[in-house]
Design a protein around this ligand. Sequence first.
Ligand code: FO1
Length: 318
Amino acid sequence: MRIVVLAGGIGGARFLRGLLAAAPEAEITVIGNTGDDIHLFGLKVCPDLDTVMYTLGGGIHEEQGWGRADETFTVKEELAAYGVGPEWFGLGDRDFATHIVRTQMLAAGYPLSAVTEALCARWKPGVRLIPMSDDRIETHVLVETDGERKAVHFQEYWVRLRAAVPAHAVVPVGAEAAKPAPGVLEAIGAADVIVFPPSNPVVSIGTILAVPGVREAIAEAGVPVVGLSPIVGDAPVRGMADKVLAAVGVEATAAAVAAHYGSGLLDGWLVDTVDAGAVAEVEAAGIRCRAVPLLMTDLDATTRMAHEALALAKEVRA
Ligand code: FO1
């Protein structure tokens, strides 16, 4: 079975662990979000690609869900000693090596998709990880601070500002001129199932859908598209998805996120048991819906969620 998963950072990566356990013989292609990418110290950092690669490759810092395990921060301290910022983005020594190799290969002319394949040759994530595009797309957030509005890089909004200021718009800068990376449309066209994991619907999955041609390819794939709600009990399980949902005028509820994706895209939607009351509303929107436990507390829980998603896909196909 060929499964395509649109993944962002932590939520998507954790779900993928369960999917690999639930369907060990499946061929899984992950289309990774690159809107979070940031250029720092002359290096290109790809947080969502790295979170998937490190999580599935066994190198992730488990509690954080990003960056490497057993990290040290000597380079970061030395940069600070030179007064070279920003200090608010914590890059560790082991993580720096990934960004050096990536930047070196990009400078040599390799596209991001080839670079990602090369990095994954070391980590062996067990999935094919393709960036959504080889072209530069950078998510900026229109924030309001000290009474004035300004656009900041997503990472500055997310990490330095802790999403604690009002966000009025989220813009994937460069998306309209970008193309899907090689293999993205082919993978969607060849898929038996397409999954939207519990990643951020705006800045992760939304950004991937903003790449010209991706949304249409998924809508026309003619195979079940099932999603898992990142919102449980009217609040994001982790992260601050509610903040960016507000920025795009979407309520932070499981039903509102399903409607946001729309029945033109989604065939099935899993909500948590606490949101069982939303099932009727989602079904009324033309999307098959089931309430199952959606808290990714451990691998067993995540594996069960993945089984539920594949069962829903089968039900929808029938
Ligand atoms: N998130 C933080 O909250 N604080 C950090 O200092 C931080 C550093 C960092 C370094 C590399 C990396 O790949 C991710 C990092 N993140 C950090 C997480 C990052 O902001 C998120 O993973 C995504 O961009 C949102 O999914």
